[in-house]
Write a protein that binds this ligand. Structure first.
Ligand code: C5P
Length: 223
């Protein structure tokens, strides 16, 4: 069973996807973490962020790993734990170059499908999971929320990670990523066909989770 959850930054999709996977007893894939670790690798190697071939080659390498962790997915790059580093504002400010690269997207989608094939069942979240990566998924969800609410949630996470950042800076970054996610020519952020849309602005994670499980029950996917 493949369940996709797409949506913009701060829509609540990561926490929801992780908790849904735990409730269903199946693995969870955070595809944003893949774009983030490739971004970090590019920054560390001083790769020109517009060099298509170099970026696709970085995505292709198998020197980064994603493993389930207690809260976030645990990410390593060349043997180093970068779980926190990939969530920094420095990485946030550069993911759009990586996300806009057709070569990177091709490689990462292939890797995502390989992971799904290997694991059988998966809750996978990102921007293009129900559209480009798994158009035939068993169930698709699209989460959204008011931009101020999404920026507040991101600010909360960044402050908890010890970043010195203001709400204005986070709002600007969220707006910029929304704009570039929606406008890029390859796999732009869009509501997938047949997706269930959920506005999470005024909802707790638990309420979102209950709505999703209710949909899965009605669809006969869970008992
Ligand atoms: O979800 P998260 O904020 O961690 O994603 C980081 C960035 O990776 C996003 O800003 C987006 O541009 C990109 N991304 C993507 N496609 C995905 C997941 C993330 O383009 N499936």
């Amino acid at each position: 069973m493949i369940i996709t959850i797409d949506g913009p930054a701060g829509s609540g999709k990561s926490t929801t996807a992780r908790k849904l996977a735990a409730r269903l007893g199946i693995p969870y894939l955070d595809t944003g973490a893949m774009y983030r670790v490739v971004t970090l690798a590019a920054l560390e190697d001083g790769v020109d962020l517009r060099d298509e071939a170099a970026l696709a080659a970085l995505a292709e390498r198998d020197d980064y790993q994603l493993d389930p962790g207690p809260t976030h997915i645990r990410v390593t790059l060349r043997g180093r734990d970068v779980t926190e580093e990939i969530r920094s504002m420095r990485v946030n400010d550069h993911t759009r170059y990586i996300a806009a690269s057709p070569g990177v997207r091709r490689v990462l989608i292939r890797k995502q499908r390989e992971i799904a094939q290997r694991l059988g069942s998966l809750v996978t979240e990102g921007r293009d999971q129900g559209t480009a990566a798994f158009p035939d998924a068993d169930a698709k969800f699209f989460l959204d929320a008011a931009r101020e609410k999404r920026a507040e949630r991101r600010l909360h996470d960044l402050l908890a990670d010890g970043e010195e950042v203001t709400l204005e800076q986070v709002l600007a970054n969220v707006d910029e990523r929304d704009r570039t996610d929606a406008q890029r020519p390859v796999a732009p952020l869009a509501v997938p066909a047949n997706a269930v849309r959920i506005d999470t602005t005024a909802l707790s994670i638990q309420a979102v989770l209950d709505l999703i499980v209710e949909h899965l029950r009605k669809a006969g996917l869970v008992t």
